[in-house]
Design a protein around this ligand. Sequence first.
Ligand SMILES: NC(=O)c1ccc[n+]([C@@H]2O[C@H](COP(=O)([O-])OP(=O)(O)OC[C@H]3O[C@@H](n4cnc5c(N)ncnc54)[C@H](O)[C@@H]3O)[C@@H](O)[C@H]2O)c1
Length: 340
Amino acid sequence: MNDRRRGALVGFGGVAEHGHWPGWRDDSRFEVGAVVEPLPAGRERARAALGDAVRIYDDLVACLEAEALDFLDVATPPAHHLPAIEAAAEAGLHVLVEKPLALTPQEAERAETAAREAGTALLVVHNWHHAPVFRAAREALSSGAIGSVREVTFITERTEPASGGGASWRLEREVSGGGILVDHGWHQLYVARALLGGADPERVRATIETRRWHEASVEDTAHADVEYIGGAVARLRLTWAAEARRTLVKVRGEKGALRIEGQAVRVIPETGGAHDWRVDDDAPDDSYHATWFPRILDAFAEAMEDPKAAAGNLREARLGQAVIDAAYRSGAKGGAPVDV
Ligand SMILES: NC(=O)c1ccc[n+]([C@@H]2O[C@H](COP(=O)([O-])OP(=O)(O)OC[C@H]3O[C@@H](n4cnc5c(N)ncnc54)[C@H](O)[C@@H]3O)[C@@H](O)[C@H]2O)c1
């Protein structure tokens, strides 16, 4: 008997092909039976990668009418997340959705409500939690290496948006919901909150700028200082206008500091004697992180059994969506503090 959960990939672009598909292919709990992709070139890539047994549609409605499915994996640009989640809920299907959950806090709430009322799982791909460096850093922090964490500075510098400049949807506000603050800031927010031990955000001050991608309708540079209940702070620093690619996280605790750069985690206690952890991660330094995806599938399998298992993930998503919204409002007021 084939008791594998059967699903469709919705959107077959970069992350679906290089980040998700290898995980689905190698996991015997699941079977991908269909792909929905409006672009002919994307459909051809899906055919080449997934083979002839998979049915390929240019539209989700046609797919839902024709296929018997258990779940959708939504990897479209953000503006299409909510319509796909609502259609899935109506059809009684579970949903794994790429970040950001939706374009606005109101849309995110609609998405959650649709899944809750349908009794189906909704899980957002928070894959950076599973990056070996962040796992190692969380382990070091929970062992008390630098005491209670007070501040996280998270720097993400890129020379351009992930899919290049030019016609990328990442530069169109109506499709993306925002610029680098949405695209990378979303990851920074759930990672920073985890490093800070899970406190809730309270207030944001932000500056939002365009430095290089002037034809875009979104920012390419954002700075946001997020204050959490209890007094901890996250300083998010993001740009698509850097001279080189760099990701750096600095964590300050009551008894020392921790630094994450590349594949290295360094603990620097106040008492001296810095300690380096070399982290094994043979993942390519691309934007898709296929090696982090299998753990997302574990969480999705669990949420399919009990949708409440995704409550913590959805809370992270809701808080992230709220902080980003507050940051844009702060930016519009010249960096004035805005409550989350
Ligand atoms: N978690 C991560 O590390 C990570 C990395 C990259 C992208 N992402 C997210 O994944 C999503 C897709 O990003 P990408 O880089 O793969 O973009 P992409 O442009 O490469 O792919 C998106 C695909 O969706 C298709 N599409 C557009 N509208 C559709 C619709 N209504 N129905 C079905 N398909 C549709 C497009 O034709 C395209 O092939 C975004 O939400 C992005 O933020 C997450």
